[in-house]
Design a binder for this molecule. Structure first.
Ligand SMILES: Nc1ncnc2c1ncn2[C@@H]1O[C@H](COP(=O)(O)OP(=O)(O)OP(=O)(O)O)[C@@H](O)[C@H]1O
Length: 237
């Protein structure tokens, strides 16, 4: 079966400094993978590489396939399979949830889309909010709009950058459940996060980005302590 995401020998340099070095990652349908890493380790840069967002002058090499499509050869076709939720959800504040999703769907090449109210119901956005402008929404509500868009465009691969930052415990739990819901629908989910506990709750695999490469994290909820978490981030666990 074709992997939803296949990265091979990805290297990235900024101003002569290695950020990613021969990095490899494969993500299958129905799999949630979380990437941890110190500030500046290169997590957001990795997501930008997958999205093909680095300017052409940036020194990047290697291969990134999304559902078998090479991002460097056919970017819009590759991205049609993908939904991306940045740390600050990017919705238009003057438009409602329904209007935002209509608008973004009009920009995609997907011919098959899902009914918008069904998607908003699935992500748990209260119906009384659907037609209110998004600048009246909390961060958690805006994330739900973006996740509803991902469902509506029938994305198979979901990228989430720091999804739990700034969320209270209830919103965190709702978001964690939504990630599991996406997994159960057969989507592949790649999460970049500092929230280790949440990542342990929803991930099939946890990876640490350090020195430009991804290594498996062997800790789990039963073995996690502040001390061994610090050692993990310092490359000693
Ligand atoms: N466009 C750029 N030009 C030059 N250097 C950059 C650029 N973007 C990122 N960097 C540098 O690359 C390194 C990795 O940054 P990145 O934002 O990917 O880290 P991160 O792991 O996401 O960090 P954080 O956890 O703080 O969000 C940092 O040292 C950053 O300063």
């Amino acid at each position: 079966m074709t992997a939803l995401l296949s990265i091979e020998q990805l290297s990235l340099r900024f101003a002569g400094r290695d950020i990613l070095q021969q990095l490899a990652l494969t993500l299958q349908a129905g799999e949630v993978v979380s990437v941890l890493g110190s500030n500046g380790a290169g997590k957001s840069s990795l997501l930008k590489s997958i999205l093909g967002l680095h300017p052409a002058k940036v020194d990047q090499s290697g291969q990134i396939l999304i559902a078998g499509v090479d991002i460097s050869q056919a970017r819009s076709q590759a991205l049609s399979h993908l939904a991306y939720v940045p740390e600050q959800p990017a919705v238009y504040g003057h438009l409602s949830a329904i209007e935002n999703i209509h608008y973004f769907l009009s920009l995609t090449t997907m011919s098959q889309t899902m009914d918008i109210p069904t998607c908003l119901t699935m992500v748990g956005l209260p119906e009384q909010a659907w037609r209110r402008p998004c600048n009246e929404y909390s961060k958690g509500m805006k994330q739900k709009v973006m996740l509803a868009l991902a469902l509506a465009k029938q994305a198979t691969l979901l990228l989430l950058d720091e999804p739990n930052s700034g969320l209270d415990p209830q919103a965190t739990e709702e978001l964690n459940q939504l990630i599991l819901q996406c997994k159960n629908k057969g989507m592949g989910v790649l999460v970049v996060t500092h929230d280790v506990l949440s990542a342990m709750a929803f991930s099939d695999r946890l990876l640490m980005l350090a020195n430009g490469q991804l290594q498996p994290v062997l800790l789990d909820q039963s073995t996690l302590t502040l001390q061994n978490l610090k050692q993990l981030y310092q490359g000693q666990a």
